[in-house]
Design a protein around this ligand. Sequence first.
Ligand code: NDP
Length: 453
Amino acid sequence: MADYDYDLITIGAGSGGVRASRLAGGYGARVAVVEKSRVGGTCVMRGCVPKKFLVYGAHFAEDFEDARAYGWTPGPAEFDWASLIANKNRELDRLEGVYERILRDNHVELIRGEARLADPHTVEIDGRALTADKILISTGSWPSMPNITGIEHVITSNEALDLPSLPKRVVIVGGGYIAVEFAGIFNALGVEVTVVIRGDTILRGFDQDVRETLATEMENKGIVIRRECLVRSIEKANGSYSVLCSDDCLIETDLVMYATGRLPNTRDIGLEGAGVKLDNIGAVVVDEWSQSSVENIYAVGDVTNRSMLTPVAIAEGRAFAETVFNASAIPVRHRNIPSAVFSQPPIGAVGLTEQQARENGPVDVYVSRFRPMKHTLTGREESIMMKLVVNQDSDRVLGCHMVGQDAPEIIQGLAVALTCGVTKAQFDATIGIHPTAAEEFVTMREKRPAAAA
Ligand code: NDP
């Protein structure tokens, strides 16, 4: 073997890159990870983690109101955005330290700087050339926005997590994960929220009942959803913005946020020059072993655009390290990946949507809608929707979907059952935990009539 500086150089210290590097280091490989920004990547520094703190923070608004129905008379509740942001940032600093320590403990060298491939075995970092037997690309993704007049005035989720103060009004463009999560956060904190979507409803790719239920819940909370509407231009005047839409409607607002998807970070890092094949959106094309078109170059996480979810990046990073540095080949199966949307109320889902399942044969559908027990006292207009999609021939449960409090926590457990190939009969044979919302998943007996499907 040629004499390289390292066995592995990882470009990008996010969830996937750190997991792969620290495992490889733990197996005795000589590893360096290069990072130009903060260790922890999108999830920890600009995504899941800070977002979840804002979701928790926002939910207290309803909690204080609801407490009255349970006999509490809370004092006048005051909210201080700056405190929430400062506390959140303190925790992110701590987490960055934890990630750095994990790398150190596994003998992984952290190199700060911007990396570029000079050839398949050479990485240049700010003028310094280092060589490695294997290269792992884990550079993540970045918000993408359409090129319209005034786009320079908008923010993305990156800035939304650190706003100096809360606006009075916000327009959010897009109807995906990020848009609905931030719509919920801003709305709960008293901001007037308008969501502008180009389709007929939010969250394309999710089950239709989930999409419609959440849209209704959001509207019940006062969020305006403007459907089949495209933003044409954005103009700034006197500290506010005028958003001109395709239906000629003009929305005046204090802040415009775009959440129109994310693109893989593959520009200007020398991938194509090194012979690495990219797809039409710039994602690294990989096989089930995360190996690219160049034999010694691998890629994991958002940069491959297989599924832009942190636990998937971590699973891919682990599988890579086990396969390449621990001689135990593990492919990642991208099936039955559970996911959650931390909207208000949240969503949890695993498996196929009803529409996807129907494409493969006849299905039985079970749907339950009810008011959560907590709100029978508070009177709050918030409901829970649960849905099971079952293959008629095999009785296998193909999909579980939920909108409502605790949905992500509940669906995680059901994801285990789906991974084991659970049947509806096994759901029915499971004893519920009473009184919970989750027990409804094991007590659904009435199939939805075919006409309603
Ligand atoms: P998504 O892909 O989820 O949604 C993008 C939204 O923007 C869609 O509603 C899409 O509409 C719309 N859109 C795209 N292009 C345009 C355009 N030119 N004009 C108007 N609307 C447009 O992207 P997000 O940015 O919300 O999130 C990126 C990824 O990050 C997600 O896919 C997810 O994998 C990950 N993520 C996961 C989270 C979680 O697990 N809880 C939280 C946040 C992010 P249409 O549907 O019509 O295409």
